[in-house]
Design a protein around this ligand. Structure first.
Ligand SMILES: C=C(O[C@@H]1C=C(C(=O)O)C=C[C@H]1O)C(=O)O
Length: 262
């Protein structure tokens, strides 16, 4: 039924995995949309804006993200603790009434932030794998597509705080010793579920195939046996999750748990 304003659903391993599964769609769709444009290098080149503007030494993407986050902050986006801005110091106060989002995390969550790593990896490692070489002049739509990817990836990876809280609540005694000993390896071992990771990687690869295939009338979409070209290489999405999204989500869980008893 309809959730009352501020009523929090119980934070369980099942509920957090349901959230992560739905985020897979947002991440795959955002990568497909970014792949619509070629690299468009000027969007990332600080000299493109030139020194004519007061934003010198910023790339168009830097500028676009800062300005867009400021507007979204005014619209109240960051009242939801699930959303973390990339440029928090530029935040303007919301111009909207406060919304009573449930606050299920320990106060220590505020100091768990891997936004800089996400930003760096996205532009240095992931973007070259999903875009073709080239420049079509669509720098603003390119920056807009990058921001949607960055926000989806950040939401997913930082949700590791909620996953860690759910795991802790289910068995605090299992974690307390490792937390007190600041034993990162023990915590990583406790929170790792290999079979779940394998299922996640195979599911996002499958979603990249289903969402990224060309649909032609008269041919059944579910007959993907002979589909050859996809808008984003499904194997790239599999590796993105395996090499970065999952490990970074786990790193967030460890960092959150280390602070859970502070
Ligand atoms: C997110 C979880 O924690 C870990 C990280 C996973 C992921 O990022 O997909 C999956 C399984 C776990 O190793 C979970 O247990 O669901």
């Amino acid at each position: 039924g309809r959730r009352l304003r501020g009523e929090s659903t119980a934070l369980t391993l099942e509920s957090v995995r349901k959230f992560l599964t739905r985020e897979e769609d947002s991440i795959v769709f955002s990568l497909i949309e970014r792949a619509k444009y070629p690299c468009n290098a000027p969007a990332y080149d600080p000299s493109y804006l030139g020194r004519a503007t007061k934003f010198h030494a910023l790339s168009l993407v830097d500028l676009f993200v800062r300005e867009t986050e400021a507007v979204q902050a005014k619209a109240g986006r960051y009242q939801n603790p699930v959303e973390i801005p990339f440029f928090p110091k530029d935040m303007t106060l919301p111009s909207v009434p406060p919304y009573n989002f449930p606050n299920e995390l320990h106060a220590a969550a505020a100091s768990v932030n891997v936004s800089d790593t996400i930003w760096r990896k996205y532009f240095d490692e992931w973007l070259p794998q999903i875009t073709s070489q080239g420049d079509d002049g669509n720098y603003a739509p390119t920056a807009a597509a990058d921001l949607v990817c960055l926000q989806a990836l950040s939401r997913r990876i930082h949700y590791g705080r909620y996953v860690a809280e759910a795991k802790y609540r289910e068995a605090p005694q299992d974690y307390n010793t490792a937390i007190r000993a600041k034993d990162r390896d023990a915590l990583m071992k406790l929170l790792t579920f290999e079979s779940q990771e394998d299922a996640v990687k195979r599911r996002v690869e499958e979603k990249a195939k289903v969402f990224g295939q060309d649909v032609t009338l008269g041919k059944r979409v579910d007959d993907s046996s002979n589909v050859t070209n996809y808008k984003v290489d499904p194997m790239v999405v599999y590796r993105l999750y395996g090499d970065w999204v999952i490990p970074m989500t786990k790193m967030v869980q460890v960092e959150y748990l280390l602070r859970r008893l502070d």
